[in-house]
Design a protein around this ligand. Structure first.
Ligand SMILES: Cc1cc2nc3c(=O)[nH]c(=O)nc-3n(C[C@H](O)[C@H](O)[C@H](O)COP(=O)(O)O)c2cc1C
Length: 404
């Protein structure tokens, strides 16, 4: 009875794997949970609400609005059930989640009882995509599944194997027992594995002023650092994010400090270093800055302009030299010999771990939503990862940090 007293809301959308949910409801009930089921109208084509109502012991919710027969004169009573249902649940599991329902959730569309309830849910939402491989690998679906994670939904990766279409590939709904185990984990807070950890993350570029309107900068978007901050906060960490100029929104539950220059970043890092368990330097800090800043705007003249520069403060070096309790993670972005360079940097800067990428590799680099990373630690272990969303890359980086 490991789910005794837990309230599970199960959303079923219109995929062929909907039939597996009957077994899932049985598993939840056997473990002592109270189960309520919501079905999309499409799901009715795949499994009967009568079966699900009998198995769950509750009415199945399908329609947002009551049926109104204009030929009868009864009064109609309706309530905002989607709000109360969302508030009722300890966890909201959506399995199978169709490509369509996932797309709607990502965009906040609430045109049926299931999608409206997602918007009002206060509980964690666990989503199990299931569809044909071509639908799953379609770029739109791929982006939507990444976006689900970025929005804070928990996603169960689909499995590979024989599909309902007769083809085989990725997209299968995991077996009910697997979905049950994910539900259990989420309810017992297993994913809050960074709870109690204080993490300082830097992100974005720095802008080094030349005059009042120009600066020396770089193409960093800040996406990698923001993904790290978001993923760490979701896993329970207390996150402080020091960021250079970027258009990105502050992730939920993250303390953000905005800076412009390398000097300002250095000061913000130093001021917030106390009691940190991990420091991740993913910002693209300028190595050089103009020696002096011209007041006003430098006028265009006939000749060339020379800007004399000097080195900026080396924040990573400072953090390595003054390392106390915290684990120090650096980033290396190089266009050639990146692995050798990164290995040297671990030693030179006294790092515990380094994340390496090469912006020339397809899917890696500054402005993309994806990255292709290699992680090397100070014991010499090296792990290469395929192209994945920056949010997923962040998850892998945090997993590795936990092994340091
Ligand atoms: C036989 C059949 C099987 C289907 N299986 C899936 C599926 O496994 N996954 C999926 O995303 N869509 C599947 N679809 C398409 C969805 O049913 C369709 O996109 C529908 O609009 C989904 O609506 P909903 O998301 O509101 O439930 C299937 C359609 C048919 C006819």
């Amino acid at each position: 009875m490991e789910l005794l007293g837990k309230k599970i809301l199960l959303g079923i959308s219109g995929g062929i794997a909907a039939y597996k949910c009957c077994e899932l409801v049985r598993l939840y009930k056997k473990s002592g949970a109270e189960v309520k089921v919501i079905m999309t109208p499409s799901a009715l084509n795949f499994v009967s609400p009568v079966t699900l109502s009998a198995l769950s012991g509750n009415e199945v919710m399908i329609n947002m609005f009551p049926e109104v027969d204009p030929n009868r004169s009864e009064t109609v009573e309706t309530k905002t059930w989607h709000i109360y249902t969302g508030m009722w649940a300890d966890v909201f599991v959506i399995a199978p989640a169709t490509a369509n329902t996932i797309a709607k959730i990502v965009h906040g569309i609430s045109d049926n009882f299931l999608t409206a309830t997602v918007l009002s849910a206060r509980s964690p939402v666990l989503i199990s995509p299931a569809m044909d491989e071509d639908m799953y690998l379609n770029e739109a679906t791929s982006k939507n599944v990444s976006a689900l994670k970025e929005l804070g939904y928990w996603v169960i990766e689909p499995e590979s194997g024989e599909l309902a279409s007769g083809l085989s590939g990725i997209g299968r709904l995991p077996e009910p027992e697997t979905i049950y185990q994910h539900t259990l984990k989420l309810l017992s807070g297993a994913k809050k594995d960074l709870e109690g950890k204080k993490i300082l993350i830097t992100a974005g570029p720095t802008y080094e002023p030349i005059d009042d309107v120009r600066f020396l900068g770089n193409h960093s978007s800040g996406k990698m650092g923001f993904s790290l901050a978001m993923a760490a906060a979701q896993r329970g960490a207390d996150v402080t994010l020091v960021t250079g100029p970027t258009m990105l929104k502050t992730p939920r539950n993250v303390t953000r400090i905005d800076i412009n220059t390398a000097e300002e970043m250095f000061n913000a890092v130093k001021d917030n270093l106390k009691a940190k368990d991990v420091v991740i330097m993913s910002a693209a800090v300028a190595d050089y800055k103009p020696k002096s800043i011209v007041q006003g705007k430098i006028k265009k003249t006939a000749g060339n302009m020379t800007i004399e520069t000097e080195k900026t403060v080396d924040i990573l070096e400072y953090l390595g030299k003054n390392k106390s309790e915290y684990k120090l993670v650096g980033f290396a972005l190089e266009t050639e010999n990146e692995i050798d360079y990164a290995k040297g940097k671990i030693e030179k800067k006294n790092l515990d771990m380094i994340v390496v990428n090469n912006p020339k590799v397809d899917g890696a680099g500054f402005k993309t939503d994806t990255n292709v990373i290699t992680i090397i630690d100070n014991k010499g272990s090296q792990t290469e990862y395929p192209k994945m969303s920056k949010f997923d890359a962040a998850g892998n980086i945090l997993d590795k940090i936990l092994t340091l």
